[in-house]
Design a protein around this ligand. Structure first.
Ligand code: ATR
Length: 275
C-alpha cells in the first residue's frame, strides 16, 4: 500500500491523517497516511529515512516548510516564489516539491465562501511563512490591491519586492506600509500572523474591516477564536482556516495521486466532528 505522512513538530494535533484517509476512501485510492514527529534538527534525515522505507510523499508543517526546498530536485513555480514547501512527492530518484497553501486559501475563499477575489481590496496581515505561502496565488486571482502589513515592516517590504513582477503581470497593486499606518477599510482581511497564539491582541484597528468584509484567520480552533470574535463584533463575516486546511490537502492529494477529492464534503464532515 502506498505510504504518505505529515512531518512536523508538534504534529500530534494534525488533522491531515483524518482528512487524507477520508479522501482515499471517497476516491477509492489505496493508501496509508500517518504522522511523524520530527526532531527539530532532523528533517532532512527523516525525509531520507521515509524514502528508504518506500514512502511516496509527505506533507510538511511547522517548522520545516523552509527546509524542504533544498531537498527537492524539482520545485514548482509557486513553491519557489513562496520560498517554502508543504508537500513532497518521491518518484524514483526525483523529489518534486510544491506549496498548496495558497491555492488552498484561494479555493476556500472563492469556492467555499463564494467570494470572488478579482477587483477586491485585500489586507494580508503578517509576513512570515504563512503569508509568504499565499501571496503568489492571491495575486493570480487579480484583486485590485493587496496591502501586506507586518509588525516588522522590513519583512513585508521584502515579501512584496519578491512578488512585484508577478503583481505587475496581473495588474495588482502591492503595498507594504508600516503596520500602524494601516487604517482604511478592506473587503477581505486575512490574518496570517501568530499573534493570537501568544495571546496578543489584533494588530490592526477595526476600521480595516469594511462592513460585511470577509475576515479569514489562517488558523483554526482556539488559535483563531480571538480574531473571529473581533471580526464578528465589528460587522465582518469571520472565517477560520479549516477550509484552507482541507483545500490545501485536496491539492496535495491531487499532486500525489492525480485525482482531486471532494473537498467541500470532507470540510463539512470535519466541521461536524469538531463542532
Ligand atoms: P508562520 O510560519 O506561522 O507565518 P512566522 O514565520 O514566525 O510563522 O511568522 C509569524 C508572523 O506573525 C510574523 O508576521 C510576525 O510578525 P514579525 O515578522 O514582526 O515577527 C507575526 N506576529 C507574531 N506575533 C505577533 C504579534 N504579537 N503582533 C503582531 N504580529 C505578530
Amino acid at each position: 500500500m502506498d505510504s504518505y505522512c505529515v512531518m512536523g513538530n508538534p504534529v500530534e494535533h494534525s488533522r491531515s491523517p483524518w482528512i487524507h484517509a477520508r479522501f482515499a476512501q471517497l476516491t477509492g485510492q489505496d493508501l496509508h497516511y500517518g504522522r511523524r514527529l520530527i526532531p527539530l534538527d532532523g528533517f532532512a534525515e527523516a525525509v531520507r529515512a521515509f524514502r528508504l522505507e518506500g514512502g511516496k510523499g509527505c506533507n510538511i508543517t511547522v517548522p520545516f516548510k523552509f527546509e524542504a526546498a533544498p531537498l527537492a530536485t524539482q520545485l514548482s513555480a509557486r513553491a519557489q516564489l513562496a520560498g517554502a514547501c508543504n508537500c513532497l512527492r518521491f518518484d524514483g530518484d526525483a523529489v518534486h516539491a510544491d506549496n498548496t497553501d495558497g491555492i488552498g486559501l484561494v479555493s476556500d475563499i472563492q469556492v467555499n465562501a463564494s467570494v470572488t477575489l478579482a477587483g477586491l481590496d485585500v489586507l494580508l496581515i503578517g509576513a512570515g511563512g504563512a503569508a509568504a505561502g499565499v501571496l503568489g496565488p492571491l495575486i493570480e486571482t487579480r484583486p485590485r490591491r493587496i496591502v501586506v502589513a507586518n509588525r516588522t515592516q522590513a519583512k513585508a517590504a521584502v515579501l512584496v519586492a519578491r512578488h512585484e513582477a508577478l503583481a505587475q503581470q496581473h495588474g495588482v497593486r502591492l503595498e507594504a506600509p508600516e503596520l500602524h499606518a494601516v487604517r482604511e477599510s478592506h473587503a477581505l482581511v486575512i490574518n496570517a500572523t501568530a499573534s493570537s497564539l501568544g495571546g496578543a491582541g489584533i494588530p490592526v484597528p477595526a476600521s480595516v474591516l469594511r462592513p460585511g468584509a470577509l475576515a479569514v484567520d489562517m488558523m483554526y480552533g482556539p488559535a483563531a477564536q480571538g480574531f473571529m470574535d473581533w471580526a464578528r463584533a465589528h460587522g465582518a463575516q469571520p472565517r477560520d482556516g479549516l477550509g484552507m486546511l482541507v483545500e490545501q490537502a485536496a491539492e496535495a492529494f491531487l499532486f500525489w495521486r492525480g485525482v482531486r477529492p471532494p473537498s467541500a464534503q470532507v470540510l463539512a464532515e470535519l466541521r461536524a466532528i469538531l463542532d
